[in-house]
Ligand binder design. Structure first.
Ligand SMILES: Nc1ncnc2c1ncn2[C@@H]1O[C@H](COP(=O)(O)OP(=O)(O)OP(=O)(O)O)[C@@H](O)[C@H]1O
Ligand SMILES: [Mg+2]
Length: 334
């Protein structure tokens, strides 16, 4: 098959002086993109490099591919991840992965939480603040809270300071998010406990693969420690796959991951992030239909736990997308 590949290279973007320091955190380095291309080629496919949404627009009239493998995150608003799928839909070009609607819903964590709650998927209690005027209406919610930007990924805007123990700290963090990230602040009850991420693949009968536990600074009971993009680039983070957990928790994580995947109608693949409280109750923090495929991330470990290679897992996801789109693998030889 001829596989078009859409992606965001860090080097294709410049951070403006008014944008946050971590504005480009979601974009990939060249080595990651080259490694993914190698993985796709291991399935006997030919890869046509397209690049980001603007490059796709430039190339689209001459594009000769069977399907597109999309990893574009885009820049700016909450529709940024939807741009490539929507353009491909306009031109009736099939692609692997979720459509623009699911990508928009999942990028906006507040909208995603509404979908989770409607489907009975457990997620931390929350409220949203757009402007700092007046008192907070906390209802039944109790400190500590964590304050996050409403529609970002790669832990953008999240640090140890994001955890608030009182109203004064909460005000400071909300102001930081609304001023620096220019979007609403999502305030959630902070879940003290452990952290997991679960990759789900498939469509009619999605399958949750082996969960990955996340250790931070040598700890599995994380207390107030949080996963941040700064920690990903040093040795603070340790991924454990398979984790040493009870069968009950393993089963529950997989069940809830599939429910979250269904709630937002993900396609082909997606990674669900969890915090598990001290009594063993899992809470979905978010779902990433465009998870990192960097080999430093969780993909190689999950593949190994499933008896596959990293390359094999990437090829399997493409196969799932080909089948969903009704594309016959033998139709075209590269
Ligand atoms: N309600 C919460 N309780 C405890 N920890 C939380 C909570 N929300 C977020 N965190 C911590 O902050 C990290 C990042 O949060 P979240 O996954 O919501 O953001 P993200 O930027 O979309 O992440 P990613 O890096 O996976 O793209 C989590 O992995 C977790 O460590
Ligand atoms: Mg996350």
């Amino acid at each position: 098959m001829k596989i078009g590949f859409t992606y965001d290279l860090k080097s294709d973007y410049r951070r403006t002086s008014s944008s946050p320091k971590d504005a480009l955190a979601e974009f990939d380095h060249k080595v990651t993109i080259e490694r993914i291309i190698k993985a796709i080629e291991s399935g006997g496919h030919e890869v046509v490099k397209i690049g980001n949404a603007r490059n796709l627009l430039k190339k689209i009239d001459r594009l000769d591919v069977d399907i597109v493998f999309n990893l574009c995150e885009g820049l700016g608003n909450r529709n940024r991840e939807s741009e490539v799928p929507v353009i491909l839909d306009m031109y009736r070009i099939p692609y692997v992965g979720s459509d623009g609607l699911s990508l928009g819903v999942t990028l906006d964590k507040v909208v995603a939480k509404k979908a989770f709650l409607a489907d009975g998927v457990p997620t931390p209690k929350y409220f949203v603040v757009d402007h700092l005027n007046g008192a907070f209406h906390l209802g039944s919610m109790k400190f500590p809270f964590i304050v996050k930007p409403r529609h970002e990924g790669s832990s953008k805007g999240i640090s140890d300071d994001s955890i608030c123990l009182n109203e004064e700290e909460l005000r400071l963090q909300v102001k930081r998010i609304t001023d620096v990230y220019r979007q609403s602040a999502l305030i959630e009850e902070f879940i003290d406990g452990s952290e997991f991420t679960v990759l789900v693949i498939g469509n009619e009968n999605p399958v949750a693969l082996t969960p990955v536990q996340i250790g931070i600074c040598g700890k599995l009971e994380l207390g107030r420690l949080v996963y941040t993009s700064r920690r990903v680039t040093n040795t603070d983070i340790k991924y454990i796959c398979p984790p040493v957990i009870s069968k009950t928790l393993d089963r529950r994580l997989r069940e809830v991951a599939c429910s979250a995947y269904r709630a937002v109608e993900c396609r082909d693949f997606g990674r669900v992030d969890f915090r598990v409280d001290l009594s063993g109750r899992p809470y979905v923090l978010e779902i990433n239909p465009l998870p990192s495929l960097s080999v430093e991330d969780v993909f190689p470990l999950i593949a190994e736990a499933e008896g596959m290679t990293f390359d094999g897992l990437v090829v399997k996801i493409i196969d799932i997308g080909l089948v969903r789109n009704g594309i016959n693998k033998k139709r075209r030889k590269s």
